[in-house]
Design a binder for this molecule. Structure first.
Ligand SMILES: Cc1cc2nc3c(=O)[nH]c(=O)nc-3n(C[C@H](O)[C@H](O)[C@H](O)COP(=O)(O)O)c2cc1C
Length: 186
């Protein structure tokens, strides 16, 4: 049964974090209590399901492609993500996606994501960019949207990471916070 998105936002705390862990295919293995509270799911409804269970149709494919390419090459990435709650409401989060390695073989054996509420100001900046990417994806396909996004970053003379860092003000306290969370769950 597919969820009908509503133009209503889930209100939640910027002081709490939303965490999940997946296998290498993106199937959910664990989600913390705040994930469950904000998304409206029980853990039993999530475990074993693909993480796109909370994918919002307003999210461009371009961003997830970038994210997966980065994770599969063994690197972490930040992204601003609009998610879909079980009741159709949405919530914006700043997310750090990271890899998990098997300590004995050093092979990637899963992924993790740490999320925090995304400030309104950041959403206001990112929303029109995502809307443009979505429009290009639907009219001309993913490749064209990726080209547009690369051109957009070039025109700002920023790499993707610099862009996110600047737009999401993803520095200082946020970085320390994500680093602490990572340590805790690794
Ligand atoms: C650790 C981890 C966390 C993820 N968290 C989210 C998330 O919060 N929201 C989301 O839409 N996709 C998330 N994804 C990406 C999904 O797996 C999926 O690629 C995305 O929703 C796009 O769906 P699609 O691949 O069916 O187009 C996550 C993936 C991983 C590995």
């Amino acid at each position: 049964m597919s969820i009908v998105p509503k133009d209503e936002e889930v209100k939640f705390s910027r002081y709490k974090y939303i965490m999940s862990r997946t296998d290498t295919k993106g199937n959910i293995q664990f989600a913390n209590d705040y994930f469950l509270q904000v998304s409206g799911y029980d853990l039993t409804e999530l475990v074993g399901k693909p993480h796109n269970i909370i994918r919002h149709p307003d999210m461009p494919k371009t961003i997830f492609k970038l994210m997966w390419d980065r994770l599969k090459s063994g690197n972490s990435i930040y992204a601003v993500v609009k998610n879909l709650a079980k009741d159709g409401r949405y919530y914006w989060v700043t997310t750090e996606f990271d890899i998990k390695r098997d300590p004995s073989t050093n092979e990637i054996n899963g992924y993790m994501a740490f999320r925090q509420m995304c400030p309104r100001k950041v959403v206001d900046t990112i929303e029109p960019i995502y809307a443009k990417l979505l429009e290009i994806e639907s009219e001309q396909g993913l490749k064209a949207a990726e080209l547009y996004f690369n051109g957009f970053l070039d025109s700002r003379q920023e790499s993707y990471d610099q862009f996110v860092e600047n737009v999401a003000q993803n520095k200082g306290a946020m970085k320390i916070f994500f680093a602490a969370m990572k340590k805790f769950f690794s």
